[in-house]
Design a protein around this ligand. Structure first.
Ligand code: FES
Length: 152
């Protein structure tokens, strides 16, 4: 008979309500904690160091695949970045528009970056030449190590 009493206690309305509220708070807490944990322990699906210039799938982009006056888009630590070769040197920029964060595209014929969202335009140095962006594209430090492009 003790099991029947336990079952009655478990199923009474107050007990049910307490468990329901507890689950509700637990779910809410999890909704706040999960993004914080994702931030603290980011997805490592990009380069071994997280500073390597990669495709979106984490595959490394070799420096010799970037030809003169071309732009190669990839990822740096999960954010879009672009590397260009100008006068033989590699130049790296964030590909995130400084207006509202859209990813810019490269117009190879005009040699400018264009933002598809509000028409912002940047030159190959990342300086704003048209539209609403308040600042130039962020310039990234670049170095080549072991035939890998390392950005910072
Ligand atoms: S987000 Fe690029 S111009 Fe607005």
């Amino acid at each position: 008979m003790p099991t029947v009493t336990k079952l009655k206690n478990f199923m009474n309305r107050r007990n049910f309500f307490e468990k329901f509220v507890g689950a509700l708070f637990g779910g809410t807490a999890l909704a706040f904690v999960a993004p914080a944990l994702a931030y603290l322990f980011p997805n490592k699906n990009f380069g071994a160091t997280g500073r390597e210039f990669t495709e979106a799938n984490g595959q490394l982009i070799a420096p010799d695949t970037i030809t003169e006056d071309s732009a190669r888009f990839g990822m740096l630590a999960g954010k879009p970045a672009v590397v260009l070769r100008r006068h033989g040197e590699l130049v790296a920029l964030s590909a995130v528009c400084t207006h509202l964060g859209c990813t810019v595209a490269f117009n190879a014929s005009e040699k400018i970056f264009q933002c598809p969202c509000h028409g912002g335009e940047y030159d190959v140095e990342g300086k704003v030449i048209e539209g609403p962006p308040p600042q130039p594209l962020e310039r990234l430090n670049i170095k080549i190590a072991d035939d890998k492009i390392i950005l910072a």
